[in-house]
Write a protein that binds this ligand. Structure first.
Ligand code: APR
Length: 170
């Protein structure tokens, strides 16, 4: 199982994987953070494809081609904005991972890379988000052959160290 989960610190737009997951907003029309980086790297065709999707609700995911990205697909998911943890934020974040993984299963992706959804602009506490991400992915992979590999792609040291700690305990 653990050989199906990988941890790296990198810019997700550079990864040559089947799918990268985007931490988008409900409009799916781009933004800052990883959303902005992915749209910049993928090119304007990505925005055109996203406009056709007509948005995405929090906790759900939609898929597009990767266009100029090395990745074949972009799975756009909308994470919860952190309020106080008592407005369904943990369940919605879990749903982002399962909904994104389900799309990767449908496309029979061999490799999928996740950023640390909701832990930037949406202010989800990093430790709790990492625990949810790891537990949700592990549970999902026990039931599904695809995706064959899930990569947690951290961008900052803080997230990387949190994931490293949690994954070392498995
Ligand atoms: N590669 C990988 N991870 C990245 C990259 C990158 N190039 N750029 C940023 N990140 C990381 C951030 O460091 C953070 O750990 O992605 C994680 C998610 O942070 P945000 O991008 O701020 O996403 P989120 O907190 O989910 O907020 C989403 O921000 O950009 C807007 O349109 C987006 O409204 C939406 C909101």
């Amino acid at each position: 199982m653990n050989n199906r989960i990988e941890l790296i610190k990198d810019d997700i737009t550079t990864l040559d994987v089947d799918a990268i997951v985007n931490a988008a907003n409900q409009t799916l029309r781009g933004g800052g953070g990883v959303d902005g980086a992915i749209h910049r790297a993928a090119g304007r065709e990505l925005l055109q494809a996203c406009i056709g999707l007509e948005g995405c609700d929090t906790g759900y995911a939609k898929i597009t081609p990767g266009f100029r990205l090395p990745a074949k697909y972009v799975i756009h998911t909308v994470g919860p904005v952190w309020r106080d943890g008592h407005h369904g934020e943990p369940e919605l974040l879990r749903s982002c991972y399962t909904e994104s993984l389900t799309l990767a299963t449908i496309e029979k992706c061999t490799s999928v890379a996740f950023p640390n959804i909701s832990t930037g602009v949406y202010r989800f506490p990093k430790e709790q988000a990492a625990a949810i991400a790891i537990e949700t992915v592990r549970t999902y992979l026990q039931e599904e052959e695809f995706p064959q590999k899930v990569i947690f792609c951290c961008f900052d040291d803080e997230n990387y160290e949190i994931y490293q700690e949690l994954l070392s305990d498995l």
